[in-house]
Design a protein around this ligand. Structure first.
Ligand code: F6R
Length: 614
């Protein structure tokens, strides 16, 4: 939520910041702003809406801070846009996160004579720093930031400039910030994607770090210590600019859907150990711990939560270990029943989701061993867990998650094999079969693209509707939920997903003539498949329009669902691969429906990619 990039160097800052903000727009796009420091004067430009609106002007100077906003406190208008400033416009600040005690802080500041021009918590933070600045010996900016942050409850990634210093200050707690180190220039951003074209040398700030950058050097201080200069590793970012560009695709989402054969191949690389009939982990899941494992608790949100449901189903079925899937946003508030022999798994694309991070911290406080399935390398969750597997999907820019979902499921299957092998619930023979099948998954996903033209046609029909249902049984309930979320978030069509058997217990009342009912029906589901076809008949009797995802070798399906129904074909795969294969046509369907409706596919309304607020 919210993207930050700051620059200090020898070049004009404004165009660098605009370009950087564009790369961060996935984090929010309600409003944007830039403040540039030159000759002891800070000039500001703020706009409502997209970063593009900043391009109609420029400001000269080689030090600047900037921000693209996802609104939390206050509507998206110019006053609430960042950067925010103090009364005499000497301090300017951008902020990502939420200051939870801002109401009380604001009251105190008002008593001290401060006035406010916006509804934001960020303006309160700026004026709190101003208060400490004006009241600190020698008006020391670093000291003022520290004193202010001692009073703050909440999360922040913030960057500040002072008109009287050729410096940038940054501080982090709970919201990511990374320093980019170039040739006689520095960048501070929420994500290295914002400065990747300028440098690959990156230093990730940790919680309570305060960064001070001048023209020559930088120093990392600690919020709670004086006389501190911390050492932090400088990483070399390996991914390429092409990962964060559209490469000829109209939208990032379409590009990311089509990348899945490659991202899944990457995910598997070096992780299949045919010799030992196992998946390979660079983790610390000791066999003794796994043998005594009581249960697994997975916490996640949104699409990652749906991947968690798939993984639960598979681990329970094949590894025979009990798995609870928790909404991360609920976990820490529910006084969870935790046993020290439980394994906690956090699943997240961004690795920054505040709810998942908070659930992870709760698990750690309770002494649980924590495993991560995360996409973004170096993200907060990836650094907090004891061990884990990266999804290796590359940058996912489209707000609707696609390749991260299939990568998460694949990592879950690898985990399933590993746990099952240690537990003795998966034999060498079964493991070998699963691992061999995993190798085929990239090509099988590629095959699903053969239906893309047909899906475009079906999308034209769905795009005219206001309501939609997704049905599945067993493992496919999770896939139905994911398909439904994808449709609603980018096309704004109201959509719900159910276990098909639940339909008759209530939701069937909503079916109207011509309502699209998307059914996931894999032939090898056995008896459940037959039951599902009965559910289809119930829908047809109420004049719902069936769109079925069926296997390419299912000869009877068209007869079963009727000539007037749409059939989308996918290759037949064992159940543990079904979620991956079935979700790809559902992603395409959502994409083309949204396109048909003229929606902003990569940046749907009210959403942001990385949800770093609770
Ligand atoms: C939906 C979507 C969101 C995320 C959710 C969790 O397409 O992207 O539902 O899945 O916000 O985000 P991560 O996986 O980054 O923790």
């Amino acid at each position: 939520m919210c993207g930050i990039i700051a620059y200090l160097g020898e070049r004009e800052a404004y165009p660098i910041l605009v370009k950087g903000l564009e790369r961060l727009e996935y984090r929010g796009y309600d409003s944007a702003g830039i403040a540039i420091l030159k000759d002891n004067f800070i000039q500001l430009n703020k706009v409502v809406g997209k970063v593009n609106n900043l391009k109609s002007t420029t400001i000269n100077g080689d030090i600047g801070i900037s921000h693209t906003r996802w609104a939390t406190h206050g509507i998206p208008n110019e006053a609430n846009a960042h950067p925010h400033h103090n009364g005499d416009r000497s301090l300017f600040l951008v902020h990502n996160g939420i200051i939870e005690n801002y109401v009380n802080l604001k009251k105190e500041l008002i008593k001290r004579g401060y006035q406010f021009y916006s509804d934001t918590d960020t303006e309160v933070l700026t004026k709190l720093i101003d208060y400490h600045h004006k009241n600190s010996a020698n008006q020391n900016t670093l000291k003022a930031i520290k004193n202010a942050l001692h009073e703050v409850v909440g999360a922040y990634g913030l960057v500040l400039i002072n008109k009287n210093e050729e410096k940038i200050y940054a501080a982090r707690k709970g919201s990511p910030l990374v320093l980019g180190i170039g040739q006689r220039e520095f960048f501070v951003a929420s994500d290295p994607a914002a400065f990747l074209e300028h440098t690959r040398r990156a230093l990730y700030l940790e919680d309570d770090d305060i960064l001070e950058i001048d023209r020559k050097n930088f120093q990392v201080h600690n919020l709670h210590q004086d006389c501190d200069k911390l050492k932090r590793n400088v990483d070399h970012i390996k991914w390429n600019l092409s990962n964060i560009e559209k490469n000829g695709y109209e939208h990032f989402m379409l590009k990311e859907i089509h990348e899945q054969p490659d991202t899944l191949r990457n995910c598997l690389a070096g992780r299949i150990d045919m010799e030992n009939h196992d998946s390979k982990f660079t983790d610390k899941l000791q066999p003794e711990f796994v043998k005594n494992l009581n249960k697994i608790i997975i916490a996640s949100c949104g699409t990652s939560w749906h991947a968690s449901l798939v993984i639960k189903h598979l681990i329970e079925k094949y590894s025979r270990i009990k798995v609870d899937v928790e909404y991360a946003s609920e976990f820490r508030y529910k006084n969870p029943i935790i046993n020290k022999n439980d394994l906690f798994v956090a699943i997240s694309q961004s690795g920054e989701t505040a709810d998942t991070l908070a659930a992870l911290k709760t698990a750690k406080e309770n002494g649980l061993r924590c495993f991560g399935i995360v996409n973004v390398v170096g993200s907060s969750i990836s650094r907090e867990v004891d061990s884990g597997n990266y999804i290796r999907a590359g940058s996912e820019i489209g707000v609707a998650s696609t390749k991260a979902f299939t990568g998460q499921v694949l990592c879950g299957i690898l985990l399933m094999v590993h746990l099952g092998k240690i537990k003795g619930t998966i034999t060498n023979q079964t493991a070998e079969k699963i691992l061999n099948n995993l190798k085929n998954i990239p090509d099988l996903v590629k095959q699903t693209f053969e239906e893309e033209e047909k899906i475009k046609e079906i999308a034209k029909f769905v795009a005219t509707k206001n309501n939609c249902f997704y049905l599945g049984r067993g493992l496919n309930i999770a896939t139905a939920l994911e398909g439904s979320l994808k449709l609603k978030e980018i096309s704004y069509i109201h959509s719900e997903a159910f276990p098909a058997g639940e339909l008759k217990h209530g939701p069937i009342a909503l079916i109207e003539e011509g309502m699209p009912i998307i059914v996931i029906a894999n032939k090898n589901e056995g008896i459940v498949y037959d039951k599902l076809l009965s559910n289809v008949q119930e829908v047809k009797s109420r004049k719902g329009k069936i769109i079925v995802i069926a296997n390419d070798n299912d000869r009877e399906i068209q007869d079963n669902v009727g000539e007037d129904s749409y059939v989308i074909r996918v290759p037949e795969v064992p159940d543990y691969l079904q979620a991956i294969i079935n979700s790809v046509p559902l992603q395409l369907l959502s994409y083309y429906v949204a396109k048909e409706r003229g929606c902003e596919i990569d940046q749907p309304r009210n959403l942001a990619k990385s949800v770093t607020v609770e």
